[in-house]
Design a protein around this ligand. Sequence first.
Ligand code: HEC
Length: 344
Amino acid sequence: MSPAPHALPDTLRATACALTVAALSACVAPGVGEPAQPTQAPTTLAPTTQAPTTKRASTTRTPAAQGASQLMWAALNQGDYAAIDRVLQALQAAYLQDPADATTAANIGFVQMWRVSESARNGKPDPSVLANVATARRFLEESVALDGSDARRQGFRASTRLAEGAMHRDPALQRLGAADMQDAVRAWPQFNLFTLARNLGGAPAGSKTLQQAIDALWQAQDLCIGGTLPRHDPDMRPYMGLQTGEGLNRVCWNSAIAPHNFEGFFLDWGDLLVKSGDAATARKIYANAKLSQDYGTWPWRELLEARIRDADVNVARFAAPADAPQYVPIGRGSPIACVSCHQK
Ligand code: HEC
């Protein structure tokens, strides 16, 4: 039913560094964007699932686990980045009580990735996020092994494998992540094509990979509208009636847990188009964010309006190397990488 995904593994391998923290020097140094090639290429891809866990997933949640989940959502919905350590304390305490709660495990992974993704808030590269990526991967693997029914979590797991694989320059882990991502896209393309685009979007301006990130977003949006969004006039107005809170397409719209998903999605998409040099199409894509019935309460609407105004000058800023003075981080490297969609 879903369209055949692009040839993801090669693409992901070529640019895996792009998906680590943009500021990490290991990834921004010129010529280091390519992961080390294995001396001997394995003939088969590593399986996308790890050895089966002998643990059985809990079917009920402890009060501590429920409380910790609530703390996480409150922090994310308030954009309270400073609360991360406190949230992790609660989640980890809950996990120690019940290490078979797949949601608690996933939440630890999510919060660790929040810390990593928005570490640009701190203004300078933070090498300590390496440990956060490793922890996130461990817990998302645990979560998906316990309960593999949620393709959104699989997409997150793939991201952490790719990110950690890039940091270690470990081609096997990167291949595992790429295959995992391909499966996740197949299972829930409306959601995971965005996850994929986030992973590819750090690729250099002018690269095929950056174009593939942009193509993934067109493809996701085509699925959301059940048609083809006109490439030269991508106006969402005719499709706003398709809004739904049900089924796979619910992730195309705003919801309680992603209260400004629609706005954040078009912000990210416009940013990638600007980075690729196409400011004219970017302006039209950005403008779609304003069609959301929640636009008036979106904390980042002034930023979006500045993006529309400054699209031409931003081409050089978004495309600059991460150590250049004019560089402005976008997408996964931006200080609002998660809260653009999740903050109320
Ligand atoms: C483009 C908007 C967007 C961005 C950016 C975004 N998310 Fe989400 N997120 C969503 C949507 C949409 C969903 C799924 C909503 C649904 O299932 O109805 C979601 C789901 C989630 C969930 C719930 C998953 C579950 O298992 O219940 C968590 C947690 C989460 N995101 C955390 C994050 C973190 C951490 C980041 C930053 C690394 C992030 N999100 C970035 C839109 C976004």
